[in-house]
Write a protein that binds this ligand. Structure first.
Ligand SMILES: Cc1cc2nc3c(=O)[nH]c(=O)nc-3n(C[C@H](O)[C@H](O)[C@H](O)COP(=O)(O)OP(=O)(O)OC[C@H]3O[C@@H](n4cnc5c(N)ncnc54)[C@H](O)[C@@H]3O)c2cc1C
Length: 495
């Protein structure tokens, strides 16, 4: 499925030389490209290595609200952390937003000024959460206000409003970043998947286009792709959905619900209406398509004139304590840096991370990041960490046991379906899409989780840490660096 932003333009690809440089930035989403640009502007020789094309993963599928009001984030963060750590988060996001909008002004990237709203979806828990967010955001110095009535056609019990935020087309932004990077002698190599790294005195990055020796490496890959530091065990991964519609008069505000299943609403030039939400842990639902249908039904009820034009889904990562992980990786000799855990607020957090990482590589520090780097996890965050890993453990037990009992039968699944079963002792994932039947190992190449069929994206998704694979086994996203190996089909299908 392709997002509104990606459907209307050619993929951003580039084949610059990959040899020696000062800095390798891995990943050409918002975080990697802003980091690379800041380093290139400071005179460093930078190469960006991108496994697919720029914006192919989360950034190009974002709803791209650029906002300091972020759902119910402040009330959640304040529950687990002191005010000075949360204040660092707010300041980092403010600098991220301001840098981004100044950049859009300089580079003629269009954006629309909009009020951000966290609305109470009901007068029970939703209202309680929205009110708590009003209180928390005010405590953090944001000029929020309460509105009893919002100009929207769906039920609500008031909402928190923060004026003067923005929304944009993330692919238009990435195009400007790539052009600007190359104008500053930075290089972008797409179709180059990083598979490992050697490090004696200096890092040598191994990738599918060769090896690149450098001084510093930045992993801006969504979830980190090298398993140092065990970040995958401290992150939960959530997929959510978005639909774009032609609509004559969408609300000209950026809304997100508090209470119940998330609904996120914004407009876009056209005019268009965007509706998102209905997130869940990757690879742990019966049908992804059902989640898209929930959004369709909700939209049909509240915006009967809406005509669907695009549908897509994407995932993002949340750390156990809710704060992004930004900084040097353990065992990386201070030469390997990482940025992850934006929890679906990466338009500002990704830029904040880029400001922080580039400052650190250039020998300084953003003052607001100090309390965040020094934070100590509180008991509630430690409990969340245990919860994340307990759910992973449950998934291993139930999924592996289910597959062990289910032999694959000859004959292929129906068109557009996938099935996992055992052939001998080996679990095999078999799918048929566009008339092509493929059989691949059902064991994720990251940590051996048994993959699940995603019936919306037609991909194999790992319920452990969110790695995703095409029916043919190629990596789409997540911490896995190697494809699922091909397997022999059950006999009746051979040819
Ligand atoms: C549905 C949805 C809606 C969202 N809406 C908003 C919003 O309204 N506002 C907001 O602030 N945030 C939003 N977010 C979050 C935001 O989009 C993300 O946090 C942000 O885009 C992450 O950017 P990134 O550059 O860190 O990661 P990505 O955009 O995922 O970029 C990482 C890149 O690394 C590449 N890569 C991965 N592994 C390798 C490898 N081994 N070798 C080479 N390259 C590799 C990938 O191909 C990818 O291009 C949303 C997220 C989702 C899922």
């Amino acid at each position: 499925m392709t997002s509104l932003w990606r459907a209307s333009r050619a993929p951003i690809t580039s084949d610059d030389p990959v040899e020696r440089c000062n800095d390798v930035v891995v990943g050409a989403g918002i975080t990697g490209l802003v980091t690379a640009l800041l380093l290139a502007r400071a005179g460093r020789d930078v190469v960006v290595l991108e496994a697919r094309d720029a914006g192919a993963v989360t950034t190009g599928h974002s709803t791209a609200k650029v906002s300091l009001l972020q759902g119910t984030r402040y009330s959640q963060l304040l529950r687990h952390q002191s005010e000075d750590v949360v204040a660092g988060y707010v300041e980092g996001n403010r600098e991220g937003r301001d840098w981004l909008l100044r950049y859009c002004d300089e580079q003629d990237v269009a954006y629309q000024n909009r009020s951000a709203v966290t609305y109470a979806a009901d007068s029970g828990r939703g209202l309680e959460q929205a009110r708590a967010e009003l209180e928390a955001a005010s405590r953090m110095g944001l000029p929020v206000r309460w509105a009893e009535e919002l100009p929207v056609p769906f039920e609500h019990a008031g909402g928190v409003v923060l004026d003067d935020q923005a929304q944009l087309d993330p692919m238009e932004l990435l195009e400007a970043l790539v052009d600007d990077l190359r104008a500053h002698s930075g290089r972008l190599v797409t179709g180059a998947r990083v598979t490992g790294m050697g490090q004696s005195l200096r890092p040598v990055v191994q990738h599918t286009r060769g090896r690149t020796r450098c001084d510093q490496v930045v992993l801006a890959t969504g979830t980190p792709v090298l398993d140092r530091g065990g970040y995958f065990a401290k992150l939960s991964v959530s997929r959510s959905y978005a639909l774009a519609f032609d609509h004559p008069s969408p609300p000209e505000m950026m809304l997100i619900s508090a209470g119940g299943s998330t609904r996120s609403v914004r407009d876009a030039p056209g005019p268009r209406l965007l509706v998102g939400g209905d997130g869940h842990a990757t690879g742990r639902v019966r049908s992804e398509r059902e989640h898209l249908d929930h959004l369709r039904d909700w939209t049909a009820t509240h915006f009967p004139d809406a005509v669907e034009t695009h549908a897509w889904s994407a995932q993002d990562y949340r750390s156990h304590d809710g704060f992004p992980f930004v900084g040097t990786m353990p065992r990386g000799l201070g030469q390997v840096h990482v940025a992850t855990g934006f929890d679906k607020w990466g338009m500002t957090n990704g830029v904040a991370a880029a400001l922080d990482l580039s400052a650190s590589i250039l020998g300084s520090q953003m003052p607001w990041s100090r309390p965040i780097h020094r934070r100590i996890s509180r008991p509630a965050a430690v409990a969340r960490l245990i919860g994340i890993n307990a759910r992973v453990g449950m998934s291993i037990v139930t999924r592996t046991a289910g597959v062990a009992l289910h032999p694959l039968q000859p004959g292929s699944p129906a068109e557009g379906e996938g099935e996992v079963g055992r052939r001998g002792v080996v679990p095999v994932a078999r799918s048929t899409v566009d008339g092509r039947t493929c059989a691949v190992s059902a064991l994720c190449t990251h940590l051996g989780g048994v993959v699940e069929w995603n019936d919306a994206e037609q991909s194999w998704d790992c319920p452990l840490h969110g790695s995703r694979f095409a029916p043919t086994g190629e990596v789409i996203e997540g911490p896995a660096a190697q494809p699922l190996p091909a397997r022999r089909m059950p006999d009746a299908e051979q040819g």
